[in-house]
Write a protein that binds this ligand. Structure first.
Ligand code: BO1
Ligand code: ZN
Length: 239
């Protein structure tokens, strides 16, 4: 891909050099084929308890914009769905592209959305720290929400409507989508996208990469990994 050549070949296709698990058996993201997803009547709804959540800070971490949460107790958790116990909210961040229609990590039948929100949770029932959970097969649960850019008018738009009205989802066993790419994530990808304006997506694209020398001064865009091989995994559907 041209983007990578311009970034000096240290992008997703070069990650297997330092992180062999990049070619592993449960990597993320994936292309979701709805017709091949298995309907599982045992998959109940997932429940978000974010009522008393305490955000700590918001940062440009060099790769995305990240909001971190206090995670010393179980006050903000996701539970139910494919999960055996509550997972604590640690942070959320976004992936986006440089053009209207690309930017999500997961794709649906080969189609991208403009952006993807990741709410990252860890299994504090089984593990002592996020770091410990992050490399365990059942350590993390990431909730993925697609953001779709719209060309329609948004005057008088009530932000409450940004929550998708339906929380039906696909779920599969996968990985972190950036190094260290640990295969520790139960992915829960919500089917219905949220609508955001092009102006909001434009705000993302005003951010600037930091850290890697080649990335300096380049606008933060296309910070998504392309879909990886399914390698026999089953994607389950909540409805
Ligand atoms: S993602 O949701 O699969 N895109 C994803 C990818 C990488 C991380 C998290 C989520 N990385 C981890 C870092 C930790 C850091 C943690 C929380 O994020 O490996 O060092 O503490 O910010
Ligand atoms: Zn992510």
């Amino acid at each position: 891909q041209m983007v990578e050549e311009m970034q000096g070949g240290d992008g997703p296709s070069a990650w297997n050099k330092n992180y062999p698990v990049a070619d592993g058996d449960r990597q993320s993201p994936i292309d979701i084929l709805p017709h091949q997803a298995r309907h599982d009547p045992n998959l109940g709804p997932f429940v978000l308890n974010y009522d008393r959540c305490t955000s700590i800070n918001i940062a440009n971490n060099g790769h995305s914009v990240v909001v971190e949460f206090e995670d010393s107790d179980d006050r903000s958790v996701i539970q139910g769905g494919p999960l055996d116990n509550p997972y604590r909210l640690k942070q959320f961040h976004f992936h986006w592209g440089g053009k209207g229609c690309h930017g999500s990590e997961h794709t649906v039948e080969g189609n991208s959305y403009a952006s993807e929100l990741h709410l990252v949770h860890w299994n504090a029932v089984k593990f002592k720290t996020f770091g410990e959970a992050a490399s365990a097969p059942d350590g993390l649960a990431v909730l993925g929400i697609f953001l779709e850019g719209s060309v329609t008018d948004f005057k008088g738009f009530n932000p409450k409507c940004l929550l998708p009205s339906s929380l039906h989802y696909w779920t599969y066993l996968g990985s972190l989508t950036t190094p260290p790419l640990h295969e520790s994530v139960t992915w829960i990808v919500v089917k219905e996208p949220m609508i955001v304006s092009e102006k909001q997506l434009g705000k993302f694209r005003t951010l600037v990469f930091t850290g890697e020398e080649e990335d300096e001064r380049t606008r933060m865009e296309n910070n998504f990994r392309p879909p990886q091989l399914l390698k026999g995994r089953t994607v389950r559907s909540s409805n």
